[in-house]
Design a binder for this molecule. Structure first.
Ligand code: NAI
Length: 209
């Protein structure tokens, strides 16, 4: 099956496989059965076999999965065999928290700059960056080969700056603004909404009562 035919539901589970397999590698565990994987990940063994069969089935009867090969292959499918350059738009609470998190760089997403529109914010030095004027963002994207814009501003103004950055060459948007961005077909938007996640938590807690 080609990667294009893998369902979004499977794609959404791949980062979790990747993370757990990475943890196993850190512990020097080289092989694992679908049953053992099921115990640590929480998906059923048959779900795991079905998911991993989508791209050639790395399991061998009586052996299980080769952790390193599977980790590498899933990484490749997720496009993690390259490094992405990103910028953050909006240097408020969220933008600063994201920029300060060192884990993204380790995962292959390098944040190169942080931009804001507020003159009082521009020029403030943070751990790795100085906050830059968002007027300069397009130029920065062009000169620094930026792939991803991480949008951490309110709804107002988000579409406008995203349009400008697309014009300058970004290919993906990690969007935290509470707005459904309109983008051309070749641009990918991944929306993140922590409040929606809290609603799910609320629902599950209600279920437990
Ligand atoms: P904040 O008010 O601390 O920071 C927003 C920053 O964006 C300010 O520094 C402001 O000057 C800047 N800004 C506004 N318009 C801009 C523009 N057009 N270009 C460049 N910079 C601009 O707010 P906070 O707490 O950091 O939240 C930012 C946004 O993210 C909010 O709209 C909020 O709704 C959203 N948010 C989303 C979450 C999610 O899970 N999706 C979680 C938390 C916040």
């Amino acid at each position: 099956m080609s990667e294009k035919n893998i369902s979004m539901a499977v794609i959404r589970r791949l980062p979790k496989y990747h993370r757990y397999l990475g943890d196993l590698l850190d512990k020097d565990i080289q092989r694992i059965s679908s049953k053992e994987l099921s115990e640590i990940i929480g998906f059923t063994a048959s779900q795991i076999r079905q998911d991993l069969n989508n791209f050639g089935g790395f399991g061998q009867q009586g052996y299980g999965y080769n952790v390193e090969a599977l980790h590498q292959e899933i990484g490749k499918i997720l496009g993690l065999d390259k490094v992405y350059n990103a910028i953050v738009i909006g240097a408020g609470n969220l933008g600063q928290a994201i920029s300060n998190y060192a884990g993204f760089k380790k995962a292959g997403f390098e944040i190169k700059a942080l931009f804001d529109v507020n003159p009082r914010m521009i020029g403030i030095k943070m751990r790795d960056f100085e906050i830059l004027d968002s007027e300069e963002a397009e130029d920065f994207v062009r000169k620094n080969n930026i792939d991803i814009a991480i949008v951490c501003i309110p709804k107002k103004g988000a579409q406008e700056i995203v349009d400008r950055l697309i014009g300058a060459g970004i290919k993906g948007v990690w969007n935290f603004a509470p707005i459904d961005l309109q983008v051309p077909k070749h641009i990918v938007v991944e929306n993140v909404n922590l409040t929606e996640s809290l609603y799910t938590l609320s629902y599950l807690m209600k279920d437990n009562e």
